[in-house]
Ligand binder design. Structure first.
Ligand code: SF4
Length: 330
């Protein structure tokens, strides 16, 4: 078996692991999971100590999306009876920021369904962001879909710190998940945000019938994209979605995936995202030895663990909330 601890020390010194080593991480025997996690923790500790970043999401526009992402309850092809609504009023978006502030969340993520924002929607978001920035010391992440020319600059000008657009899966697996836009469309939007001087956030959803090679390629793709923040979602397949009934994950495998992302993206903010509660279950706290960030509050279309329980979990682990918010190199 690979010496994970020695590998972690090499990674800290700048070594980039090979795909073979990456596969050994994903195929770590269950009985060696603590050895693997301890090694991932060595890297995590080097860059983030015992700090945990918190992010809170608000879904400002829900459902009625013309795209066909197989995992998504907001897609036109989903029959899941989620609540559907148009873009929220500015006041509602601003009051969500107050909640994020109360939960000690460093980052407030403003998310909207759809292929990409209309001019009116973008204006609504940017005007809310300007007001939030005046009132609260919060980092703002926007996640509004594919950006048209000039939209990233408008977001930057309003004070948006980070833009999220997930690659979701590997380039090879992408077309089995959605055909209404391409993998390249997603990569281009991440690059547009970067070019506008906004910190790029891009992540994945694991558990969508991809292979382990796909998982390795996702982690490498994000390294190449130089995403500052990497949300790792674990599929929580919802009724009525194209991936309904998909249930491939188990808690130990999720820990191996998080460790892999840490080994490949050592200094990046790795966030245990959607599906944390249902897929990691009782092992949720262990995920934080590899990752250094979580969402607090609810996800887009599913409920999360109560914020107070999350704070208790961090306290029990001896971890501290990073009140400073996310550091966002631009
Ligand atoms: S993930 Fe986004 S683009 Fe895809 S269907 Fe859902 S809301 Fe639409």
């Amino acid at each position: 078996m690979l010496n994970f601890k020695a590998l972690a020390n090499d990674v800290i010194k700048g070594y980039e692991i090979t795909e073979e080593e990456a596969m050994e991480i994903l195929e770590c025997p269950d009985g060696e999971i603590l050895e693997l996690l301890n090694s991932a923790y060595l890297i995590r500790k080097q860059y983030f100590g015992n700090k945990v970043k918190l992010n809170m999401i608000i879904n400002t526009k829900s459902g009625a999306c013309p795209e066909n992402c197989g995992y998504c309850a907001q897609s036109r092809d989903s029959t899941n009876p989620i609540e559907k609504y148009r873009m929220m009023e500015k006041e509602t978006i601003v009051s969500g920021a107050e909640r994020a502030h109360q939960l000690n969340s460093g980052t407030y993520c403003i998310v909207a369904s759809g292929r990409g924002p209309t001019t009116r929607e973008l204006n609504q978001v940017t005007s809310a962001v300007k007001e939030i920035k005046e009132k609260y010391d919060l980092k703002i992440c926007a996640c509004l879909g594919i950006l048209k020319p000039g939209q990233a600059d408008q977001l930057k000008e309003a004070g948006v710190d980070r833009y999220n657009h997930n690659i979701n899966t590997s380039e090879k697996h992408h077309d089995t998940i959605t055909t209404s836009h391409s993998y390249q469309d997603r990569v281009e939007t991440v690059n547009k945000a970067k070019d506008a001087g906004i910190s790029p956030c891009s992540g994945v959803i694991v558990g969508m019938k991809e292979t382990k090679e796909d998982v390795i390629h996702m982690a490498i793709a994000l390294k190449e994209l130089d995403a500052d923040s990497i949300p790792v979602n674990f599929l929580h397949a919802m009724e009525g979605t194209l991936l309904e009934g998909t249930d491939e994950l188990n808690p130990l495998y999720c820990l191996k995936v998080l460790s892999l992302f840490r080994f490949i993206n050592p200094s990046k903010e790795i966030r245990i995202s959607g599906g944390r509660e249902v897929n990691l279950r009782s092992l949720q706290p262990l995920g934080l030895y590899a990752a250094n960030s979580i969402f607090i509050g609810d996800y887009l279309t599913t409920a999360g663990q109560e914020g107070t329980k999350d704070h208790q979990m961090l306290k029990d682990l001896g971890f501290e909330v990073d009140y400073e918010g996310s550091e966002m190199p631009v």
